[in-house]
Design a protein around this ligand. Structure first.
Ligand code: NZQ
Ligand code: ZN
Length: 386
């Protein structure tokens, strides 16, 4: 097992109707900015419940944070925070709203050029030493943003991931019943995102991280058990609660502690979102099966473990078992209604050079757990994903 440091200060309040907790969690003297997305938080009453719980505090609102949140939109919120001297941010929404709020929190007190800071990716306290405290009311189980210190911000034709020790939410309310209103496609995206966060930290090479492997397998098996149920029975609380906790646990630092991490599926996927507007979860469903096929030798030991322990594939030769595990993964995504071929999203062979150019422009030229996934390999993964 590799050496590691694990620190996660985010408090999770999990369960139905826990809004009353907000009164204790948000300092009484705060001037609060509620951040939200398009219309879901208002339409389904989550914004009203949040406001009511915050009682007599001064509350302002900033809505309109779009999926794959845009730098320009968020800079408007930064201006508002500065002008209004906001002292607490509360995100009400999915990963995009929470990521956007992390950006607002970190960039509002920052005096330098924000885009130059964003492209640094890892924003330590030597680069930015202050952030506005923030919490979240999570309405979409997928990204794990409610319990991690990462965000992804869109700028021009790129998606820029960042992380910072200053970007953990102070707390997150995870109420599975708030997610009952999600459109089926977003629920399916969420299952895929949580699944692929887990495989990015599990399907690498063995380092005898036995507990980490079993946590990862536990998340994957749970997603396989409840994925289709939570899609077909949107208000089945136990199934949705399991999805929510899997999504949170899949990217809160625990699964990845002390083990190699890949993230190539995400990095290639981000270019698909940036160029063609393909949803984040959909982009992962397209890339993962193609990437596992291309990297089957590099990932051989873990793919065999995955085939046996996750899919219960124990008969046949090694290659046969690996092939079957990749096919079963693809079939699972398709059963959720998430298409796994580029052509299903209108992307053809003629689009691949632009994707590869973007990967090059964003420095994504040596991806994977070994740093040996070149642009040429990315190109062949994209070709096989057509
Ligand atoms: O904008 P509104 O009207 O609120 O609608 C949203 C949005 O259209 C809707 N929605 C959210 N909660 C709802 C709801 N609709 C009905 N009922 C509810 N309860 O869902 C749509 C998608 O929301 P979005 O926040 O964009 O989805 P998601 O949570 O999947 O977030 C995706 C973003 O997170 C980034 C992605 O790159 C993408 O930008 N990621 C963030 C990560 C992190 N912070 O660690 C890691 C991930 O790998 C990912 O990259
Ligand atoms: Zn993701």
């Amino acid at each position: 097992m590799f050496d590691f440091e694990f620190h996660n200060p985010t408090k999770i309040i999990f369960g139905r109707d826990r809004f009353a907790c907000l009164d204790q969690l948000v300092p009484a003297s705060s001037k609060v900015l509620l951040t939200y997305g398009g219309e879901s938080a208002r339409k389904y009453g989550t914004l009203d419940k949040t406001r009511a719980a915050l009682k007599n505090r001064t509350i302002l609102e900033f809505g309109g944070i779009e999926p794959n949140p845009h730098f320009e939109t968020l800079m408007k919120a930064v201006e508002m925070v500065r002008a209004e001297k906001i002292s607490f941010l509360l995100a009400v929404g999915g990963g995009s709203v929470i990521d956007g709020t992390k950006f607002i929190s970190l960039f509002s007190p920052y005096a330098g050029d924000p885009f130059s800071l964003l492209v640094r990716r890892s924003i330590g306290t030597d680069l930015a030493d202050k952030a506005i405290p923030f919490g979240a009311v999570s309405t979409l189980p997928a990204t794990g943003s409610e319990m991690n210190n990462r965000g992804v911000i869109s700028h021009g034709q790129g998606k820029y991931p960042f992380l910072s020790p200053l970007s953990f939410p102070l707390f997150s309310l995870v109420d599975p019943s708030l997610t009952f209103t999600l459109p089926p496609a977003q629920v399916a995206n969420g299952v895929v995102d949580a699944f692929v966060h887990t495989t990015e930290q599990y399907l690498t090479f063995p380092v005898d991280g036995r507990l980490q492997d079993r946590i990862a397998e536990g998340i994957l098996l749970t997603l396989l058990e409840i994925g289709e149920t939570t899609l077909s029975e949107p208000d089945n609380y136990p199934a949705r609660a399991n999805l929510c906790w899997c999504a949170t646990m899949a990217l809160n630092g625990l699964t990845g502690a002390g083990v190699p991490q890949d993230w190539a599926t995400h990095m290639i996927g981000h270019e698909l979102t940036a160029l063609f507007g393909i949803d984040h979860g959909q982009s992962l469903a397209v890339i993962l099966p193609a990437l596992l096929e291309a990297r089957r030798e590099k990932k051989r030991d873990k793919l065999l473990q995955y085939a046996g322990r996750v899919w219960d594939i124990r008969q046949g030769g090694e290659d046969e078992r690996i092939s079957a595990s990749i096919s079963r993964t693809r079939e699972f995504f398709e059963r959720l209604g998430v298409r796994t071929r580029l052509s299903a999203y209108g992307v053809g062979a003629g689009d691949i050079p632009a994707i590869v150019d973007n990967l090059r422009a964003h420095g994504r030229t040596a991806l994977s757990e070994r740093g040996d996934l070149t642009l040429e390999i990315s190109r062949s993964i994209l070709e096989s994903a057509l």
